[in-house]
Design a protein around this ligand. Structure first.
Ligand code: GDP
Length: 178
């Protein structure tokens, strides 16, 4: 018939960063809308699908891959990163080491994509509800984002602040919607 299915764009987004920066909490908050307090080291791999409708009735499905507490040394990480449309580099604003280690995470990403074009990379500062104990300054964040031409966001998985905004902006950038 003449009926057309609405086109559905799908993007693979992988959350990277040190253990306990809040990757699982952010993915859970965004996809299920709540914040889980208990900390469970993610053993395998979780992935969530979230469907969004962008301005212009553009339907986008984000496949959000969460490596949980897996370390950068895990042999499986490269396989997860492979084929990503977007990388979310997440750190905890109260943990300077988690920010510094993003250099190592980026090195791994560059290695995985050494043969092809780099995916979209977003630098995400989490735990913005803990502003009073912040150890990574906004200036450091902005410098790092500018030097690498990363998209830049800050949010709180705990309060929910800017979680939806971040993923909607990311989806719009991936879909080429301005
Ligand atoms: P992951 O290892 O990166 O997946 O981190 P988790 O999502 O498991 O979170 C690690 C710990 O940080 C848990 O105790 C969470 O409750 C806590 N956490 C995560 N996001 C936030 C946040 O935005 N603010 C605060 N205050 N704590 C958070």
């Amino acid at each position: 018939g003449d009926e057309e299915e609405p086109t559905q764009m799908q993007f693979k987004v992988i959350l990277l960063g040190d253990g306990s920066v809040g990757k699982t909490s952010t993915a859970t908050r965004f996809t299920q809308g709540h914040f889980k307090r208990t900390y469970k080291q993610t053993i395998g791999l979780d992935f969530f699908i979230k469907r969004l409708v962008l301005p212009g009735e553009i339907n986008v499905a984000l496949q959000i891959w969460d490596i949980g507490g897996q370390s950068i040394g895990s042999k499986m990480i490269s396989n997860y990163i492979y084929g990503a449309d977007a990388i979310v580099l997440m750190y905890d604003i109260t943990n300077y080491q988690s920010f510094r280690n993003l250099e190592d995470w980026m090195r791994l990403v560059r290695k995985v994509f050494s043969e092809g074009p780099m995916p979209h990379v977003a630098l995400v500062a989490n735990k913005c509800d803990l502003e009073h104990v912040r150890t990574v300054t906004k200036e450091k964040h902005n410098d790092f984002a500018d030097e690498n031409e990363f998209y830049s966001y800050s949010l709180s998985a705990k309060s929910g602040d800017n979680v939806r905004g971040t993923f909607h902006r990311l989806a719009a950038d991936l879909a080429g919607v301005t």
